[in-house]
Design a protein around this ligand. Structure first.
Ligand SMILES: [Zn+2]
Length: 95
């Protein structure tokens, strides 16, 4: 059985809706748009790219950038404020 999910993508040229198939997710024959598409489905959406618009024959693909926020281990911490400069002024002269 070839199961897949479908992501509806508007043609960047004419806006015609294109149905791109993805096997990246749970493959429940769901329909998504780029707005509500789960990340795992989206990661596989270009499997048949470039897509060719049925209307205007424009070739296109889906571009997305993942934003990963996480904590990493480090021993170097840069603190830019609160630096105290110590200057020796008027110390003991003579003595
Ligand atoms: Zn088009």
């Amino acid at each position: 059985m070839g199961c897949f999910d479908t992501v509806l993508i508007d043609c960047p040229n004419c806006g015609e809706e294109y149905e791109a198939q993805s096997k990246g997710g749970e493959c429940t024959l769901s329909y998504y748009t780029l707005e509500n598409c789960p990340m795992d489905v989206l990661e596989d959406v270009n499997r048949h790219a470039p897509f060719t618009c049925d209307n205007c024959k424009t070739k296109f693909k889906v571009e997305f950038k993942t934003k990963i926020i996480r904590q990493i281990e480090t021993s170097v911490v840069e603190i830019e404020k609160g630096i105290i400069y110590k200057e020796d002024k008027g110390g003991n002269k003579g003595g």
